[in-house]
Design a protein around this ligand. Sequence first.
Ligand code: CO
Length: 173
Amino acid sequence: MALRNIMEQGEKCLEKHCRPVTEFNEKLHTLLDDMAETLMKANGVGLAAPQVGILRRVVLVLETNVPEEEDDYIIELINPEIIEKSGQQAGPEGCLSVPGVFGWVERPDHVRVRAQDRNGEWFEVEGDGLTARAFCHELDHLEGILFTSLADHIMSEEELGEYYGVGDQIEED
Ligand code: CO
């Protein structure tokens, strides 16, 4: 496994439509493993392939809605699509490709995603709250969309402080 460089806003790879994955081979598995290492090192809750310069439909989302005694785990999604969404949430959203910036973004509160796993098998997965937000955010990356273009407004430090309370960890996708 190796760390990959995370591209930042302004790089063209973050503005492109990504192509489907057609080969579920070792190269894909290496990309997924590298992305997982990169995501954990960056302390994010999601990462999309274009963020490491690869224009393919591959994303990782960290499932954080787990029982207290269990660890968060990474969901690998290849060629994902949202097939169901419901509810609504509004709150701060960030991105590892837009460091230090948070915007107020509305998202569905619940989504169901259909995707392939690293071996090409189709599966469905659901997410609520932060996980639903991460699914939406990461899938947007595959269309070249950054949260900054969806945000109602970019949040000031003061506003963030009021929202999170002082000293709380802020999570970036
Ligand atoms: Co992002």
